[in-house]
Design a binder for this molecule. Structure first.
Ligand code: B1M
Length: 211
């Protein structure tokens, strides 16, 4: 089955095979969401598990990430509805010190699909850069992604920087990523948290008063 092939291609970091298996899965009638949530994401979780027990190393994580990006490049237009009226603007980025961007990119796609305009600041985004964007772009929401336990500190630094710049009350702050919990979000005074990309898009809508 092509979904197994997607899983295998991402797990082994085979980007051409990931492209082929994703296209084959779509031809079989599988939805983009099913391919993402039942093929790509479990494969990346398995890569992480194998890294933890010393069966995979950083270069293998990197090629797995490239294979996943090959798949999401195909899935992206299907996840993002075309021509949706823009309901608000989200400035997003992976926080300072953190280079992981797959989760952030998925959150961006789902938010775009939910009707938001996305300004993606990329990875390793400093608190100053977030503040500058709030001042200049006037977004409704700032969406911060952090994947490392160490970079959760950058979320706190960014919220502090927003407060110091006097713009904290002009924007909703939303956070997420593997080490983030609702409890952490409450402690640092974020307005919203979501555990995955789909719920992140729903949460963003509720933060601007929509359901
Ligand atoms: Co890294 N890495 N990595 N890595 N990496 C993790 C995160 C790790 C858990 C692996 C492990 O040990 N099991 C571990 C962190 C441990 C910790 O801090 N607790 C780790 C480590 C240690 C490191 C390095 C330090 C390794 C080293 O150099 N020794 C290094 C750090 C580099 C840096 O950032 N400064 C590093 C590097 C890398 C690569 C560059 C090789 C590569 C990233 C490539 C890229 O992103 N372009 C990589 C990868 C691929 C991973 C794993 C295997 C996969 C991450 C991923 O893409 N997951 C990861 C293990 C794992 O997660 N199981 C690991 C798939 C993605 C869809 O999920 O990003 O969680 P995720 O996003 C989800 C949710 O979290 C949520 O929605 C997304 C979709 O459902 N979400 C949000 C994310 N952002 C959100 C924002 C929201 C709401 C929801 O609102 C704003």
């Amino acid at each position: 089955m092509s979904l197994d092939a997607v899983y295998e291609a991402v797990l082994t970091g085979n980007a051409p095979a990931a492209t082929e298996a994703t296209n084959a899965s779509l031809s079989e009638g599988l939805t983009a969401e099913k391919i993402l949530y039942e093929g790509c994401i479990p494969a990346m979780s398995e890569v992480g598990r194998q890294f933890e027990i010393g069966e995979k190393f950083v270069p293998e994580m990197l090629i797995a990430a490239r294979a996943m990006s090959a798949a999401t490049k195909i899935l992206r237009p299907l996840l993002v509805e075309e021509g949706v009226e823009q309901i608000g603007t989200v400035v997003m980025g992976t926080v300072a010190g953190d280079l992981h961007d797959i989760g952030k990119n998925l959150v961006g796609m789902m938010m775009e699909g939910a009707g938001f305009g996305i300004i993606d600041l990329g990875t390793d985004v400093s608190p100053e850069r977030f503040v500058e964007s709030v001042t200049k772009d006037k977004p409704d929401i700032i969406a911060m992604s952090a994947l490392l336990t160490t970079t959760t500190r950058s979320i706190i630094n960014t919220i502090n920087a927003l407060e110091e710049a006097g713009v904290r009350d002009q924007v909703k702050v939303m956070i997420g990523g593997a080490p983030i919990t609702q409890d952490f979000a409450d402690k640092v005074g974020a307005d919203g948290f979501a555990p995955d990309a789909s719920s992140a898009a729903r949460k963003a809508r509720t933060l601007i008063g929509l359901n």
